[in-house]
Design a protein around this ligand. Structure first.
Ligand SMILES: [Zn+2]
Length: 618
């Protein structure tokens, strides 16, 4: 299923509140601008395809127990399940895009539910295959791959990846037992969600404008950058104190989640919970630990940024509630047509092949760019049917700089998909998040550099530089801080230390103070912020935002310095798609994510940007 990345899902949540106040230009009732006829000419054709796929699902069962017979049988099964999955991807894409174009049309929601049912049926119909492959064993399957051209060309990597898990796969009986308890593992996250959504009596505050705000999660994100400092303080003091009142329950929920991770790592014989989580994409633990160490080494630059912020905001001192207000404002309209032109110019350093595909892709009807009543919020690139058709992009662009960066970001994903599809067989085209956010973030970095270079006024230049500083603070430093929190919680649980909400708050407060430096006031009440982060229930995931912006900085900086070799290396990462493990793909492209190089690149980028702003404001 084409899952949204965390970041896109987050953006969707953050944007959920603005639908009611659409600007006039966005209310044009012209309907979605993408052309879904490229997928199916009409709904009836989609339904025929869906029914045929559903009827084909049971045919996969005939291979059960026979995968070890010979190479041809294994190849026949692999081709049959891959081809069916490919068709189902197309069926699902059509239904989900239609559903997202207008959430109020229940017929389209029902079609999407039918497509999900089809996916579920398919997933169940092939669930026996991995255990069977593991039982056959590596030696025999390697022999099959060597003797069969189809297996070698299309399936060698996915088969090797399945076999890699052999040491951490249990007996069928134990696997069954684990699968059975698996659903209760989501309990802690469900409990947290219920507390936050229903049970916590979010307090109402009155801002200096006279506006009354009921401070739940959404209202907090909308008001935390209030221009009036006393309002910001009121918002922070009230909101975190409320989370603090539920510290015991929220702590028990998170501790249960951490304990489930520890149970699973023990059951599957991994040395640590971190190793267990990172094994899904075969990422070495050193990547995570180097990220944390290097971020700490780069904290003096972050502290410098907060001091610059204090100066630019004209504050006598800095507090944690001063980190969100924008440094300078820029009221400059950018139309979607202009976004295309600017992005096209900004990504020119990536060379002619990239430029050509980008120009062609953005000229097609692949994208639905503007907000519209009923349309799903947020932004995503859907790669689900891209191999046979093309990617689709759902965006809700504001006609401003933030819209422009979203445009460059999502088209970065689409270009990654286009290049991977061009150079890889279908089965090796899909890439994991560990590399995905590099392609999108690198475009953002090239865009920022271009805007700074082209800025006509000092004010404009400072605006773009300030946006870049915020991007690095939020995506590199803050996500690394979250990563460090998760690591500390799991390390302590594995060492048998007693944990509780109070202890999590103490760990978090220590991190907040260390990351924000001695000159940013962080009252003890704010220690409860950890309880507000839902991503902690998806363990060891957010670190990838920090590693991706680091890799993107590394490549963007070297490409902008004219490094032809680095440009080819960067493009080789995109073209490699999912043909190998992401860590190995990057290493072959000259970037070892377990080394300090990428993290030092993003810190250097941050420092250069600070230097530029300081020089401009004098
Ligand atoms: Zn993204």
């Amino acid at each position: 299923m084409p899952a949204l990345s965390r970041r896109e899902a987050l953006a969707a949540t953050a944007l959920a509140g603005i639908v009611a106040t659409l600007p006039a230009w966005a209310q044009d009732a012209g309907g979605a601008q993408w052309d879904l006829k490229d997928l199916y000419p009409r709904d009836a054709a989609w339904d025929d395809a869906r029914k045929k796929a559903l009827a084909d699902v049971p045919s996969l069962a005939k291979y059960k127990g026979k995968l070890g017979d010979n190479a041809d049988t294994l190849a026949a099964f692999m081709v049959a399940q891959s081809d069916l999955g490919r068709t189902i991807g197309r069926v699902y894409t059509y239904a989900s895009l239609n559903a997202d174009a207008d959430l109020r049309v229940s017929a389209n929601q029902e079609k999407q539910a039918q497509a999900i049912d089809l996916y579920t049926a398919y997933g169940e119909a092939v669930s026996w295959a991995s255990p069977e492959l593991l039982a056959i064993g590596k030696a025999k399957i390697d022999g099959f791959i060597a003797s069969n051209a189809t297996l070698k060309k299309r399936f060698d990597f996915s088969l090797a990846d399945t076999l890699r898990r052999a040491d951490h796969t249990l007996s069928p009986e134990s696997e069954n037992l684990l699968a059975g308890v698996g659903s209760s593992f989501s309990g802690p996250s469900d409990i947290r969600e219920q507390l936050v959504a229903s049970d916590i009596p979010w307090p109402t505050v009155t801002l200096s404008t006279g506006k009354q705000v009921r401070l739940d999660d959404q209202a907090y994100t909308l008001n935390r950058d209030a221009p009036n400092r006393a309002d910001r303080k009121l918002v922070f003091d009230t909101f975190w104190a409320e989370y603090g009142k539920f510290q015991n329950s929220l702590g028990a929920a998170y501790l249960s989640h951490v304990k489930a991770d520890v149970f699973e790592k023990k059951a599957r014989k991994y040395p640590t919970s971190l190793a267990a989580a990172l094994s899904s994409n075969n990422v070495p633990e050193a990547v995570y630990r180097t990220l944390v160490a290097e971020t700490n080494a780069g904290l003096p630059q972050l502290h410098r940024y907060f001091e610059l912020r204090r100066k630019m905001l004209g504050l006598p001192d800095m507090a944690y509630y001063d980190i969100y207000p924008p440094l300078v404002a820029l009221d400059k309209r950018v139309t979607v047509a202009e976004m295309r032109g600017v992005t096209m110019d900004a990504v020119k350093p990536l060379g002619p092949e990239y430029a050509e595909i980008f120009a062609k892709a953005t000229a097609g009807k692949w994208m639905d760019p503007l907000p519209r009543p009923g349309k799903k919020s947020g932004a995503y690139m859907n790669p689900g049917a891209s191999y046979d058709v093309h990617p689709y992009l759902l965006l809700n662009l504001g006609e401003n700089y933030s819209g422009l960066t979203t445009y460059a970001h999502e088209w970065g994903h689409a270009m990654h998909t286009m290049l991977a599809n061009k150079y890889q067989v279908y089965e090796k085209s899909d890439y994991p998040i560990f590399t995905a956010e590099i392609a999108s973030t690198c475009n953002e970095e090239l865009l920022a550099a271009y805007m700074v270079a082209k800025a006509k006024t000092k004010q404009e230049k400072i605006f773009y530089l300030g946006q870049q500083l915020e991007a690095i603070r939020g995506t590199f430093y803050r996500q690394a801080m979250f990563a460090e929190f998760e690591l500390a919680a799991h390390d302590k649980a594995e060492a048998g230390e007693g944990l509780s909400g109070e202890k999590f708050s103490a760990i978090y407060l220590d991190l907040l103070k260390r990351y924000h430096g001695p000159k940013v006031a962080v009252p003890d009440t704010y220690a409860s912020e950890w309880a507000y982060i839902p991503h902690f229930y998806n363990s060891f995931y957010v670190y990838q935002y920090a590693t991706c912006i680091s890799a993107a900085s590394y490549f963007a900086r070297s490409i902008l310095k004219g490094g032809a070799k680095e440009r080819d290396n960067y493009l080789s990462v995109l073209k490699a798609g999912g043909s190998d493990y992401p860590y190995d793909i990057l290493k072959r492209a000259g970037l070892d994510m377990a080394s300090p190089a990428p993290y030092r690149a993003v810190v250097a980028q941050f420092k250069d940007t600070l230097d530029q702003v300081e020089a401009l404001i004098g």
